[in-house]
Design a protein around this ligand. Structure first.
Ligand SMILES: Nc1nc2c(c(=O)[nH]1)N[C@H]1C(S)=C(S)[C@@H](COP(=O)(O)O)O[C@H]1N2
Ligand SMILES: [Mo]
Length: 350
């Protein structure tokens, strides 16, 4: 389907009503309540009876099949992780790639509990000729004309990171069906597509994996025919809680002239966020940074704005320790991936 500047299509609406975003006022919480965390489900939420469910680890030296209780009995780790969909910002591109039409809200930070993946794979014994490890979800469907189970791969170097988890709890409770019950992968720092939900199997392959969700999907590419570069780590982004009160339908903001605390969160999957700036009518000033919620989670920021009567446009942008900074305008790409161009909020000050 060709990208368009036309009106929102019925198919985009159909996806948008299933895959909800996080309302930006929820940037207030260090840890996003489960019901406010964004959701992205390509096919249907599978129904899994945990008594029959096994995680099979095959094509390793010593294959195993683990039951839910066996995974829960392994050493437990809890990590706050900011997760973002790679398609976040897609609907702000011109022309608009046709898929879930995210603006800015495909984001959330949860406290994931589970067990570190690598000790399990190490025990199963990674064959010497392993190129990649493939993670399969229980959800089948058809995308791009290809019928498949949702599957993604990682290299041996990536799965050895101790923070890569087999997660069975979100914010201290068993995963809800929509977030991957009984067990999902969590890959901190990478865009959300890597964190495979409803895991059923882990296997090794001797050549790089080319299942649909790995290639052609999730690539920065200029056209349908080009392969492009794989999408991996989360680009830096700052978002603000839109200040004042909204008009119901337009979401335009209104507030009274005063000193206003503008605040939000910022994150990056590659390096710590070291600077957030607030733009007021195109003039940038540095905001005050709060502590990070965790090594793999967002940090808060705030700025005291002397709001004077009139029409104003606020924006915010993050810079990370690797020197990456959010662009004002984003180079276009065919799948609408990684659009971290700055958020803008129009405000009427009375
Ligand atoms: N099995 C499976 N895993 C999946 C998906 C999916 O459709 N099926 N969607 C992926 C994508 S694109 C994202 S952004 C995250 C979203 O996770 P959440 O819904 O828990 O926020 O899950 C990922 N894992
Ligand atoms: Mo996603």
């Amino acid at each position: 389907m060709q990208p368009t500047d036309g009106p929102l299509t019925f198919e985009e609406l159909q996806l948008a009503t299933r895959n909800r975003g996080m309302p930006l006022e929820a940037l207030r919480y260090d840890i996003t309540p489960v019901g406010l965390h964004y959701l992205l489900i390509h096919f249907d939420i599978p129904r899994i009876d945990v008594r029959d469910w096994r995680l099979t680890i095959s094509d390793f030296n010593e294959p195993v099949a683990l039951a839910y209780d066996e995974i829960r009995a392994l050493p437990r780790t809890t990590l706050p992780v900011t997760m973002e969909c790679a398609g976040n910002g897609r609907a702000r591109l011109h022309p608009r790639p046709l898929s879930n039409p995210w603006l800015n809200e495909a984001i959330g930070t949860a406290e994931w509990s589970g067990t570190s993946l690598w000790p399990i794979l190490e025990r199963a014994g990674l064959p010497r000729d392993t190129a990649e490890i493939v993670f399969r979800g229980a959800d089948p469907g058809i995308q791009g004309g290809v019928e498949h189970f949702y599957e993604r791969s990682l290299t041996p170097a990536e799965v050895q990171r101790p923070e890569v988890l087999l997660a069975y709890e979100m914010n201290g409770r068993p995963l809800e069906p929509q977030h991957g019950f009984p067990v999902r992968l969590i890959v901190p720092g990478w865009y959300g597509m890597t964190s495979v939900k409803w895991l059923t199997s882990i296997r090794t392959v001797t050549v790089p994996f080319t299942g649909y969700q790995q290639t052609p999907a999730y690539h920065f590419t200029g056209s349908e025919d080009e392969e492009g570069e794989p999408v991996q780590r989360i680009r830096p982004r700052a978002l603000m809680v839109p200040p004042g009160v909204p008009d119901y339908f337009s979401r335009h903001r209104f507030l009274d002239a005063s000193r206003v605390a503008v605040f939000g969160r910022a994150w990056s999957g590659s390096a710590e966020v070291t600077k957030v700036e607030l733009g007021i009518d195109g003039v940038w000033s540095e905001a005050t940074l709060g502590e990070s919620v965790g090594q793999f989670a967002w940090r808060s920021w705030s700025f005291a704005w002397d709001a004077t009567p009139g029409e104003h446009v606020l924006s915010c942008r993050a810079t990370d320790a690797a020197g990456a900074v959010q662009p004002i305008e984003q180079p276009w790409n065919y799948q609408g991936m990684g659009n971290n161009s700055v958020q803008t909020v129009a405000v009427t000050v009375r």
